[in-house]
Write a new protein. Structure first.
Length: 352
């Protein structure tokens, strides 16, 4: 009975197990001879149908409660752009768009533009003029935090300061072990779209992720994994970065994209350098802000240190023992730097 129960549970939860295996070991985890077997796939179909039924039931309850039908979930496109990263490009601490051009077109002609998800018919918020130094927020605006465990440490400092000092509310959906390489495990572009659609007061996205992404990743079910840093890998990954930036533009929200700092492990640190160039170049194409965490900590191109020395010569620990995450001080340093890029207009107070 125990063996039969285990087999049934594996049959029903095969998609969850497969996605966990992909996220953990970065390779295809299909069981030989079972991956495309209709009888075996039926278990996943049953679980998926049960989930859809549950969602439909909850949506129907909500509709009967407030009388307003919920917005349908929009699936994101999977357009892929083919580009090549320029190795060794200099890393700029902040990119600010020129004032005279309010919006750039999607990425250069050598790339395939990202098809953005459909937007509802709700009237858009009027566009605001672009500030070249800071993101301008007004009373009633909201901030949306996107990222992995790096953001989980930084977001609370930002949220508390924005709320207490400026009465600006925020939405923090940061989730550990997430990124852009495994949307089957957690789909950030889709989550961004659904959140922007549901919260029309969001005027700023702060994005901070990367350490979970420098691995081979699946293109689609049944196809070989794309090798990290290959042309196909980069094209697909850039498309997902572009999707987030494109959606922010459609919903009239600015973006501050934080590039992850150097890591203690050389292999991971080199991967972060590669991803930072992807983030920086895409933020530049969309005239959004890019902030390098390396500059916050005073790291050079290949530097890493667990400690930072202030102007008085005092050394303080800024990185966690794993050489990836941050101490509370390191989190505050990044949060404070992000705050310097935000200006909140408050009625009755003079300009800062």
């Amino acid at each position: 009975m125990l063996l039969t129960t285990m087999i049934i549970l594996c049959w029903l939860n095969q998609d969850s197990m497969r996605l966990y295996c992909q996220q953990k070991y970065h390779r295809s985890c299909e069981l030989p001879g079972l991956g495309d077997n209709p009888a075996w796939r039926l278990g996943a179909d049953i679980t998926r149908a049960m989930g859809q039924g549950r969602d439909a039931f909850v949506a129907e309850l909500g509709k009967r409660t407030d009388g307003v039908p919920p917005e349908p979930v929009v699936q994101l496109p999977a357009t892929v752009a083919a580009v090549t990263v320029m190795a060794g490009a200099a890393e700029a601490p902040v990119y600010i768009a020129p004032v005279e051009v309010p919006v750039l077109p999607p990425p250069a002609a050598s790339q395939t533009p990202v098809a953005a998800p459909a937007v509802s018919t709700v009237a858009p918020v009027p566009a605001r003029s672009i500030n070249t130094r800071q993101v301008i927020l007004e009373p009633g605006d909201e901030v949306f935090f996107v990222g992995d465990s790096l953001m989980q440490g930084v977001a609370p400092h930002l949220a508390n300061t924005l709320l207490k000092r400026f009465n600006i509310k925020s939405i923090n959906l940061s989730k550990q072990s997430t990124g852009l390489a495994y949307p089957g495990f957690f789909n950030w572009p889709q989550t961004v779209h659904e959140t922007l659609e549901a919260h029309r007061n969001i005027r700023l996205l702060v994005v901070f992720l990367g350490p979970n992404d420098p691995w081979d990743m699946p293109e689609s079910r049944g196809k070989p994994f794309l090798r990290f840093k290959s042309e196909a890998w980069e094209a697909l990954y850039r498309q997902r970065v572009q999707s987030i930036l494109e959606q922010a533009r459609q919903y009239n929200a600015r973006v501050i994209w934080v590039g992850p700092p150097n890591m203690n492990t050389p292999r991971l640190s080199t991967a972060m350098q590669y991803l930072r160039e992807v983030y920086r170049s895409e933020a530049q194409q969309y005239q959004q802000f890019y902030l390098s965490a390396n500059d916050v900590f005073g790291y050079g191109a290949d530097d890493f240190s667990f400690y930072m020395t202030d102007e008085t010569g005092k050394k303080s620990k800024i990185r966690g023992d794993d050489g990836i995450h941050f101490t509370p001080l390191g989190q505050r340093l990044i949060a404070n730097k992000v705050l310097t890029l935000i200006d909140v207009h408050q009625p009755g107070l003079s300009e800062r």
